[in-house]
Design a protein around this ligand. Sequence first.
Ligand SMILES: NC(=O)c1ccc[n+]([C@@H]2O[C@H](COP(=O)([O-])OP(=O)(O)OC[C@H]3O[C@@H](n4cnc5c(N)ncnc54)[C@H](O)[C@@H]3O)[C@@H](O)[C@H]2O)c1
Ligand SMILES: O=C(O)CC[C@@H](O)C(=O)O
Length: 525
Amino acid sequence: MPKVLISDKMDPKAAQIFRERGVEVDEITGKTPDELKAIIGQYDGLAIRSSTKVTKDILAHATNLKVVGRAGIGVDNVDIPAASAQGVVVMNTPFGNSITTAEHAIALMFALARQLPEADASTQGGKWEKNRFMGVELTSKTLGLIGAGNIGSIVADRALGLKMKVVAYDPFLTPERALEMGVEKVTLDDLLARADFITLHTPLTEQTRNILSAENLAKTKKGVRIINCARGGLIDEAALKQGLDSGHIGGAALDVFVTEPAKESPLFGTPNFISTPHLGASTNEAQVNVAIQVAEQMADYLVTGGITNALNVPSLSAEEAPKLKPYMALAEKLGSLVGQLAHGGIARISVHSEGAAAELNQKPIVSAVLAGFLRVHSDTVNMVNAPFLAKDKGIEVREVRTEREGDYHTLVRVSVKTSDGERSVVGTLFGNEAPRLVELFGIKVEADLDGPMLYVVNEDAPGFIGRLGTTLGEAGVNIATFHLGRRSAGGEAVVLLSLDEVVSAELLATVKALPGVKTAMGLKF
Ligand SMILES: NC(=O)c1ccc[n+]([C@@H]2O[C@H](COP(=O)([O-])OP(=O)(O)OC[C@H]3O[C@@H](n4cnc5c(N)ncnc54)[C@H](O)[C@@H]3O)[C@@H](O)[C@H]2O)c1
Ligand SMILES: O=C(O)CC[C@@H](O)C(=O)O
């Protein structure tokens, strides 16, 4: 039974779903990195929010880990390249808390417009400062949206409902989508010059870090009010403080900080500054949503192999998984076969699906070919890290599909281009289930690729098969199945034998010395 650790505070629904889906679960929160390292080795899955930092060091101790699930959106607390390199799937729940976070941004916009926190503190402090708190209306004001994805577009929708004008800066926003959202797509400079309120909804990347830098803050309208419910680091906090102190910035509300938890900050106590402790996603509804979603996604992966919302591997629905499973087994065996037989630098691997195979999601099939191919040289390769490793090795990967059926109703052809030229192996599924090799380097041969095997290329001549059988028999090696193929009568022939044990180096040398043998190799599946 797979075992999952929930290491951050999460709605109890998550643990309930894991148990219902046959996944054992421990909830142990608040561990230090060293404490986490000591226990992480026993888990197949790790469910987190933002407190647990899944570093390379933690991953190195997570020897059984298959999946990290983030109950939320941002995965900046997970070292995704390290997880990918280790073959660990990283998933998030991209929509579960979007409405809640958008509402928090709108709440902070209202709070800034009417100075609600200061007015509350003053009133509860026994002062009745009716003349001190003069607000601004939102109606007809311009809201500048930086980042118009899931959350940004909900914020835009709510702001339009408040009769604001919304201008958006997002390099990936298409004019059609902007039209659909009812916003005006603008450049960043235009947004800075026009917005009365600015709200940030981008991830923190090298392009967005300090997107509101001192230079850009200086381009804003005097009195601008700024909201950040996305990620700390999008605003230069020192420049923000200066802008608030000088009065150029009329107010700022931060839910997120460069350093979290933000227990101290030069911004604290600044007039017109509001802060919340990363509460964007903190509503009952959002926390139930993300807990259910993360547990379902992780359980799907651990129990059925279905992949949803993964950031480092193509999605594979729980419905698709059983259909693709035999293809992935076939693809892996073909990849392994070419990996064992190919020599020289590999320039390209092409995966060509034909007939029924071409109708399926190709990404998992290609990943399985690469995993089988690369696993020949490393035990730690799996479907998650194989595409990254292939890229690292400079191997070009091609995917081709032909829906028309050929001799077989379904076929997968794996071709490898090396310095010696391009060679292919081809396989099909018998009864839609059993992987079977049907062609090897242009020679028709039918074989199951299973267990230890012996591969021999010889000159087709009478008596050879008998001599080979005798040689193996004399060495006490039992032949399970015998598969033959040849290019032409008297030409090059291929023998593939399934054996009950791995051929020893000594026996291989004897086979190679048989008259007519061109190549002999032990294979393993
Ligand atoms: N405060 C919280 O508790 C909380 C909760 C949920 C999400 N978040 C954060 O909110 C942010 C947005 O989440 P989302 O679900 O809307 O993400 P999303 O991926 O749907 O949208 C992000 C948008 O940013 C845009 N973008 C990327 N680079 C940009 C750039 N250089 N300039 C302008 N736009 C750029 C993208 O094109 C995309 O449209 C994320 O950082 C997420 O982690 C915070
Ligand atoms: O888990 C949280 O409370 C914060 C989540 C939020 O930052 C996110 O990126 O989804």
